[in-house]
Design a protein around this ligand. Structure first.
Ligand SMILES: Cc1cc2nc3c(=O)[nH]c(=O)nc-3n(C[C@H](O)[C@H](O)[C@H](O)COP(=O)(O)OP(=O)(O)OC[C@H]3O[C@@H](n4cnc5c(N)ncnc54)[C@H](O)[C@@H]3O)c2cc1C
Length: 422
């Protein structure tokens, strides 16, 4: 088949990896003028680890991995209240820090390096319009070209334009705000910053979070809960205005906050500043005819679950598996259309139970994990300290949505492509 993928983040290239191996002709359009390698630390969990191994890329992944020792919670003066170490045992669920941490840019670059000779990448281009028909989708691209594809895949992230194009004006908004804004940026490292992530809770449901990934810089995150109306200035205006709004909201916070805010406002330093409204994407169906959605575009679980990258990577594997199962024969146009629709339906049916588990946040999450008062923060630290003795899985899993009750599928039709890496 001739397949067009929109979006060169994590999910799009992962799908291109499998489909190009299956012999399909893949074009991938990325709106950004070059490979978009910004973004902070992301990780793999549960079936995401298995899929990376089946791709035969785990050793390569490891060569880029960030070796973080664990997560510490600190008080106003930086004193450690509780520490959750990484689970390096190779068994059981991951903790807050996984044994599979990587910078988003390194993962995007790694996938690009593996597929670039088999996939036609077109940077600085996006889909301008789609005309889906029974036998093909006619696509007009922003560079003025028009082409026909058997299948179009929208892997263009949380704010997917492909999704907007296939939804009708009466469809409900699939984005569900979770009452939290987060900003991400990189600042200079000081000598004492170690390979540990540090969470400082601030009253009124705020947090400051830092993690180190290289010699010279650390990542900084500012998070704050509120309604969209209360926090709208964090997402509106230009970057300088957004930074100013965050600085005002965190002006009274202790620990390392003054330094984080100062560095954030230095535009020479925090050039990668990014502010995000945290939410989930929920749709009743992930495809309409020959157009299908993948990754955050279809089922963004939100950074609050720790499962965005895993969902994109595993979704790509399941979609490729369903296509390999149903669309391997070169039959008549009519039967190949039925085969394709059956594949898209199977992707939805098989993968939806996993996504439902991942998106099923505990009651009140993520707001309930961010106390409003000093007393609440002290109580939370005590609770975490006590429960640490019950084992790391119990608490980390209450916050995060890794689960081992969904079994990764296997496809006979992909047997010759799958690598069983340890
Ligand atoms: C710049 C950026 C930074 C991120 N940083 C973090 C982070 O620090 N922590 C975290 O947990 N998650 C982060 N994410 C989200 C995380 O990458 C995803 O949740 C996860 O990896 C699933 O990936 P995805 O491929 O579905 O979506 P994404 O990784 O969001 O990739 C979508 C891709 O589509 C491209 N695109 C968007 N619109 C169009 C269009 N109209 N036409 C063509 N291409 C388009 C984007 O430029 C991007 O390359 C970030 C995403 C982006 C885009």
């Amino acid at each position: 088949m001739r397949i067009l993928i929109s979006g060169g983040g994590v999910a799009g290239p992962s799908l291109a990896f499998w489909l190009s191996k299956l012999g399909h002709d893949i074009t991938l359009v990325e709106r950004w003028p070059t490979l978009r390698t910004t973004g902070q630390q992301i990780d793999l969990r549960g079936p995401g680890i298995q899929v990376m191994k089946r791709m035969g890329l785990m050793n390569l992944f490891r060569s880029y991995a960030v070796s973080e020792r664990g997560l510490q919670f600190v008080d106003d003066s930086g004193r450690q209240k509780v520490f959750f170490p990484v689970n390096k045992s190779g068994t059981g669920l991951q903790s807050f820090t996984t044994d599979y941490e990587i910078m988003r840019g390194d993962l995007c670059g790694m996938l690009y390096g593996v597929i670039k000779d088999k996939v036609k990448y077109v940077f600085g281009t996006h889909i301008a319009s789609l005309e889906p028909r029974d036998d093909a989708v006619t696509v007009a691209l922003s560079d003025g070209s028009v082409d026909r594809f058997d299948l179009v895949v929208g892997a263009d992230g949380q704010g997917s334009r492909t999704r907007k194009m296939i939804l009708g004006s009466h469809d409900p908004d699939p984005f569900h705000y979770l009452g939290l804004y987060i900003s991400y940026f990189t600042i200079p490292r000081r000598e004492e910053d170690e390979y540990v992530s540090t969470l400082y809770n601030v009253p009124r449901k705020r947090f400051v979070f830092t993690r180190r990934h290289d010699e010279d810089t650390i990542q900084a995150y500012l998070g704050i809960c509120g309604t969209e109306a209360e926090l709208k200035e964090l997402g509106e205006g230009d970057v300088a205005e957004q930074k100013k709004a965050y600085a005002e909201k965190f002006a009274d916070a202790a620990w390392e906050t003054p330094r984080v805010i100062r560095d954030m406002q230095d535009s020479e330093v925090a050039m990668d500043f990014f502010s995000q409204k945290v939410g989930q994407v929920k749709l009743d169906a992930w495809s309409r005819g020959r157009v299908v959605l993948l990754g955050d575009a279809a089922y963004c679980p939100s950074p609050a679950t720790g499962m965005g990258t895993t969902s994109g990577l595993v979704g790509a594997y399941v979609l490729a598996g369903a296509i390999s199962k149903h669309c391997s024969d070169r039959d008549s146009v009519e039967s190949s259309k039925d085969a394709l629709l059956a594949a898209l339906q199977e992707y939805d049916t098989e993968f939806r139970p996993f996504i439902e588990q991942v998106q099923n946040l505990g009651p009140g999450m993520p707001r309930i994990g961010l106390p409003a008062t000093r007393w609440g923060i002290t109580a939370m630290h005590s609770f975490l300290w006590l429960s640490r003795s019950l084992g790391i899985d119990a608490v980390a899993q209450w916050f995060l949505r890794e689960s081992n009750v969904w079994d990764l599928l296997s496809y006979e039709s992909m047997d010759n492509l799958v690598i069983h890496e340890e």
